[in-house]
Design a protein around this ligand. Structure first.
Ligand code: PBG
Length: 327
């Protein structure tokens, strides 16, 4: 036998030389939940994550940054009394997100601060867009009216100092509209990371618990994508690229590795993938039961997402994984 592939696996040194993919803290974007209170709160639906106070946010983001994590993305838990059908709180300059962005950029100027652009945390209906009830009682998620609202929200985040705005709403035409709004207002340096291929996924359940943002009625299937489709993801990515997106995203990540690989081949833009709340909790709960080695499985899952073609990964493990990779 002349050919023995095991020679390339015989020692840690050889394995390091032949490794085709690497994982490092600089690949991670850390999603952080924030709320009005002064206490850091545990999240019942997402053990291991917290709803951070402003002070807690600055500390947690600072620690992650010191470990080499380059970016955070903010998700606000907005109190019920601020939620309205028009979601106006989404562009309140003194709201939770703009306040947090200003504080983060002041405390950690080199940290990249990303904001989520969508109406679900602010909208009394719990949908990413504005909702209109039809005569037959069904709900229509209004596209063009929502896009106008998203532009105001993105502008508000840019004014607060966000480095990147990240539309996660899946309305048609929002990337071009937001790009235009930012450019017209002198924010041509603010980037757009578009959730281009965001699927209507059951893996988001725990996240909606964390923000108390589940739709009050109906589902998100008329705007988020059908898990059956991949051609449609390429179409969305192509459109977002044409509309001026700087980076595109596939979400969820683990069950959609084929989509990540196809998107990677279809664009030269940087590709992000979101390891969402349900993916995180499947690992956490199995590890808590003693059924798997949580740390090893988390790192292997992140490596798989990277190997599929993601340049960056949004993950609730960002800080912990950065620590593990140091050891
Ligand atoms: C809402 C939004 C969601 C997530 C990120 N932004 C939920 C949804 O679309 O219903 C999910 C993230 C996760 O599950 O970790 N715009």
């Amino acid at each position: 036998m002349h050919i023995r592939p095991r020679r390339n696996r015989k020692s840690p040194a050889i394995r390091a030389l032949v490794a085709e993919t690497s994982l490092s803290a600089s690949d991670f974007i850390y999603p952080l939940f924030i709320h009005e209170g002064t206490e850091d709160q545990d999240i019942a639906s997402m053990p291991g994550c917290k709803r951070w106070s402003l002070e807690g946010l600055l500390k947690e983001a600072g620690e992650a940054h010191a470990l080499g994590v380059p970016a955070v993305v903010l998700f606000p838990a907005v109190s019920e009394k601020l939620k309205t059908p028009g979601a106006e709180e989404a562009w309140n300059p003194d709201g939770l997100v703009p306040t947090a962005v200003r504080a983060l950029k002041e405390a950690h100027p080199a940290l990249c601060v990303i904001t989520d652009v969508a109406l679900d945390p602010y909208n009394s209906a719990g949908h990413d867009g504005l909702v209109e009830e039809q005569e037959d009682g069904s709900l229509e998620i209004l596209n063009d009216e929502t896009v106008m609202a998203l532009c105001q929200q993105a502008l508000c985040h840019a004014e607060a100092g966000a480095d990147v705005v990240s539309p996660s709403d899946m309305m048609d035409g929002r990337v071009a509209a937001i790009r235009g709004e930012l450019d017209d207002s002198g924010y041509e340096k603010v980037s757009i990371l578009s959730y281009s291929a965001k699927y209507a996924s059951a893996f988001y359940g725990p996240f909606r618990g964390a923000l108390d943002s589940a739709p009050k009625a109906g589902d998100k299937k008329t705007y988020q994508m059908d898990p059956a489709n991949v051609g449609e993801a390429l179409r969305e990515v192509g459109l977002d690229e044409g509309e001026g997106a700087d980076m595109v995203m596939v979400k969820p990540a683990g069950p959609y590795l084929d989509v990540i690989a196809r998107v990677r081949e279809s664009t030269v833009l940087p590709v992000a993938a979101y390891q969402v709340s349900g993916e995180y909790l499947m690992i956490e709960s199995a590890a808590a039961s003693g059924w798997i080695d949580g740390r090893a499985v988390a790192l292997e899952s992140l490596m798989g997402i990277k190997r599929a073609g993601a340049n960056m990964i949004l993950t609730y493990y960002a800080k912990r994984a950065a620590e593990w990779l140091r050891e």
